[in-house]
Design a protein around this ligand. Structure first.
Ligand SMILES: Nc1ncnc2c1ncn2[C@@H]1O[C@H](COP(=O)(O)OP(=O)(O)OP(=O)(O)O)[C@@H](O)[C@H]1O
Length: 697
């Protein structure tokens, strides 16, 4: 039987065919896989640039194009006969000599631009790679067949023009060198695309055999998937792309057989962190040692994760090994199980009233908001249970110093609130998390109705959107899984933090090894660059010790720049929004479900919704918070004006606590950044009056 690998273009082209043709094609591929009588056979292509390329007749008028080596067939595409032959003649193929991935390039187009390259070179003294010898270029993976073209490149702009014609793993290190980067930096760029973790030596793996196509395909999970039987074939042809093809850095993280330590993966918006989390869950469902919990921040996001996991793990038994939820629910369930009834939660307004009363009664001069923050960010964060502990505690992130007398007063206020909550039988979600982790740590049989120590309810935990979890929630997760191989796999982005939680995992007993994803597959470079300027580009703290930079964060694709429009009045801005959304949906045919509108205040959301509804435009309109974790083809963020973003009532007065205010501002910035980075095609931002101070000039 042939060893058949499918390229991601093949299912895409297949979907574009009419139903009867599609059916014929699938039947023909199946026949080929099983080599039954009447199976299509490879036919040579005259004038192919690579003699290993052949075609397979897959329907009356359609052919598949394959790259063939002995019994290995890489099925690249399916096209009408003429186009299939043209395709088969057009491309060059190779194996990257340094990292061993398969490469494919538009050899015909390169030949076409060659005379222009040569003419430019003849009329210029400049050569972009003059100071780099052939051997050095080859040492960063450059295919020797491309050297003649590269020698004629005179400047960065002409190299950029070649980008669409070259394999990514050829272009990426060249772009680093073109910018003046060192060979070591170019090598690091190339190594980012390597699939397997290094096992020693410079290249890390066994020596690369550039003639071994099968090994190269196995190292290229974004370009090929091997299918061994008809079920795997069916899966590769019908499942969404992201279920079947992972980019090498994503694959490396998600499919590493085992980790002997907790893992933290950080990466900017759209780098595929959620996909990595889902694939890790699928991996552990198959190879793990017990129940997997996949948790995220909110119920909305966890419903979305559960639906995606259904797609990724079609096997029901395996799917059942993964529970999907959010941390609050987990805490709620553990406390409910232990107490035999559901805990009652305190409402936000009620809690605010309790803090107001306590502030007044204690009369320490601290505002209710200050006391609440002190409780959540110091007392609950460190699980302080006595005044002595509180007096001795560090108060990271809090800029107003408190002497012993003041701390005693604050402790008294906190005590009042906690007592009143207890008396009324109510609790906050963070209290629940704290209690749940204590319960898990207890030696009692109540919880699982058996005697002996309580066992951790999960064997593996995967956390998505980790940047917004509170230390109390982290302690709960740590307690819910044993300290063992593959215990915790955590993904998040400190730059997208929208709540006040700056937790270094080490401080909550999670000694994670840190990995990074740097390439965004959602954002075009233009939205990404603008977003990074908006976010301030500055470092963000949290999750890892120290700070995280955005400097390595980049995009895989280009697209239009974001549009920022200033209006005279709020009414004109809303009219402008309606016109813009109408143009997208009605004129350009973008499905309404792929458009989202976001604003900072509930009032603006309501008004935008009303205006769009009355124009018959049924698109999602939500707050900036509501955009977390989602993505849309087109996004409009409105009301990005001074006085609205940052929201004045979300800011601590500067006089009360300057550090808290600085954090509030950064959080508000992060919120706008999150909303703007949900767009994978086009971003529109508007305001009336003065622009928000966050908007880049
Ligand atoms: N392997 C892949 N195959 C197909 N598309 C991908 C792949 N990886 C990333 N993408 C694209 O990038 C988008 C972002 O992926 P994902 O939601 O996992 O990113 P994220 O890092 O969790 O983003 P955020 O932090 O902004 O929520 C996907 O919806 C998809 O459009």
């Amino acid at each position: 039987m042939p060893r058949l690998a499918i390229s991601p273009e093949f299912p895409r082209e297949l979907r574009a065919l009419d139903e009867p043709v599609r059916r014929d094609v699938v039947v023909a591929v199946r026949r080929f896989l099983y080599q039954v009588p009447a199976a299509p056979h490879p036919e040579r292509v005259r004038n192919a640039r690579d003699p290993r390329v052949a075609t397979l007749r897959l329907s009356d008028r359609h052919r598949g194009v394959v790259l063939r080596q002995r019994d290995v067939y890489w099925l690249l595409t399916v096209l009408p006969d003429g186009e299939a032959w043209a395709y088969a003649q057009r491309y060059g193929f190779g194996v990257n000599p340094e990292i061993g991935v398969i490469e494919m390039w538009d050899a015909e187009a390169l030949e076409r631009v060659e005379p222009a390259l040569r003419r430019a070179a003849e009329s210029s003294e400049q050569r972009l790679f003059r100071d780099i010898c052939d051997q050095d270029l080859i040492s960063v993976g450059v295919d020797p067949r491309l050297l003649p073209y590269l020698r004629d490149v005179t400047n960065e702009a002409s190299l950029e023009a070649l980008e669409p014609l070259l394999p990514r793993t050829q272009y990426a290190p060249l772009a680093v060198l073109a910018r003046g980067g060192s060979l070591a930096a170019a090598w690091r760029e190339l190594a980012y695309w390597r699939t397997a973790p290094p096992t020693g030596g410079r290249g890390g793996e066994e020596p690369i055999d550039t003639e071994d196509v099968a090994a190269a395909l196995l190292r290229s999970p974004d370009r090929a998937v091997f299918v061994a039987d008809k079920d795997e074939l069916e899966w590769a042809l019908t499942a969404p792309d992201w279920c079947v093809f992972l980019h090498p850095p994503q694959h490396r993280l998600a499919r590493t057989p085992h980790y002997d330590h907790p893992v933290l993966v950080t990466g900017g918006a759209g780098t595929g962190k959620t996909f990595v989390a889902l694939h890790r869950a699928a991996h552990l469902a198959e190879h793990g040692r017990g129940t997997v919990l996949l948790v995220t921040f909110s119920q909305v996001l966890s419903n979305d994760l559960a639906a995606r996991l259904d797609l990724l793990i079609p096997d029901e038994t395996r799917r059942k090994r993964v529970e999907v939820g959010n941390v609050d629910r987990l805490a709620h369930r553990i406390v409910t199980d232990a107490e035999g009834r559901q805990p009652t939660l305190v409402g936000a307004a009620e809690l605010a009233e309790l803090w107001r009363e306590a502030a007044q009664e204690v009369g320490s001069g601290h505002s209710p908001a200050f006391l609440l923050r002190e409780w959540e960010q110091v007392v609950l964060a460190q699980n302080l249970t006595t005044l002595e502990e509180y007096l001795a505690a560090e108060r990271p992130g809090r800029s107003v110093d408190l002497d012993d007398e003041e701390r005693t007063a604050v402790w008294r206020a906190i005590g009042l609130v906690v007592d009143r909550l207890r008396e009324s039988g109510r609790r906050t979600l963070l209290q629940l998390a704290t209690e749940a982790s204590t319960l898990l740590g207890q030696t009692t049989g109540d919880l699982l109705e058996e005697s002996g120590p309580v066992l951790e309810p999960y064997r593996h935990i995967i956390v998505d959107e980790a940047q917004d979890l509170h230390p109390a929630q982290w302690r709960l997760l740590r307690a819910a899984v044993p300290h063992a191989r593959d215990d915790l796999f955590i993904v998040g982005d400190p730059h997208q933090r929208i709540f006040d939680t700056r937790v270094a995992l080490g401080s909550v007993g999670i000694d994670a090894r840190h990995y990074r994803l740097d390439v965004s597959y959602r954002l075009p470079q233009e939205i990404l660059t603008w977003g990074v300027r908006l976010r301030g580009g500055g470092p963000a703290d949290g999750l890892v010790e120290g700070v995280q930079e955005l400097s390595a964060f980049r995009a895989a694709e280009h697209g239009p720049r974001p549009t920022v429009v200033a209006y005279e009045s709020p009414e004109a801005e809303l009219a402008g929004l309606a016109a813009r959304v109408a143009a997208w949906v009605e004129d350009e045919g973008v499905p309404a479900a792929e458009v989202a509108v976001a604003a900072r205040s509930a009032e603006l959301v309501r008004r935008a919704r009303a205006v769009l509804r009355s124009a018959g435009l049924d698109v999602r309109v939500t707050t900036l918070h509501g955009m977390k974790g989602l993505e849309f083809r087109r996004v409009a963020v409105i009301g990005v004006a001074d006085g609205i973003v940052p929201a004045p009532d979300a800011l601590t007065p500067a006089g009360e606590d300057p550090a808290a205010r600085a954090h509030d501002l950064q959080r508000e910035r992060g919120l706008l950044y999150v909303a703007c980075t949900r767009a994978y095609e086009m971003l529109y931002v508007s305001y009336s009056g003065r622009a928000s101070p966050f908007l880049p000039p």
